[in-house]
Unconditional design. Structure first.
Length: 155
């Protein structure tokens, strides 16, 4: 028998197959990491927008007493309020809702915000669509899913 020199074609093909499977697994992990990072950023922005609106509520207690914020829902389609010179608490509330709607609709896909109040307890809820990262993620059933952030504050 002659001594073998170099690698056979079968050995090279098996090596290429193992490398291809490994690289596919690595790319799937990278895609999942990017989706989770993007979803985490959306949760952060929703929390930031909710905390900002809570501070706006604290800054306009008269409008809160009058119920100017009660039951309001924003989605970025609100009209702007001109408060360049002076405005009433109700006008300031409309400006606050306009600004909150713009922040939510600009930063969150399909984003909406709502305010509900029970006495001095105010609940701020932000809803949006986030990328699906669970079961069936790469199928037609694995599209966007609803996400929500809720902040309850006692004013």
């Amino acid at each position: 028998m002659k001594s073998q020199r170099g690698a056979t074609l079968v050995e090279v093909l098996i090596t290429v197959l193992i490398m291809a499977v490994g690289l596919l697994g690595l790319s799937a992990t990278q895609v999942m990491s990017l989706k989770n990072s993007n979803n985490s950023n959306h949760r952060y922005l929703a929390a930031l927008a909710s905390h900002e609106m809570a501070e706006r509520l604290r800054g306009n207690p008269r409008a809160l007493e009058l119920g100017s914020y009660d039951g309001e829902t924003v989605d970025g389609t609100e009209t702007s309020q001109d408060c360049s010179v002076a405005c009433t608490p109700a006008q300031l509330a409309k400006l606050d809702l306009y600004d909150w709607g713009q922040v939510i609709s600009t930063n969150l896909p399909g984003g909406t915000g709502s305010i509900s109040r029970a006495g001095q307890v105010v609940t701020l809820t932000v809803n949006w669509k986030e990328q699906h990262t669970g079961e069936n993620q790469s199928t037609a059933a694995g599209g966007a899913e609803d996400a929500s952030f809720e902040l309850v504050v006692d004013l």
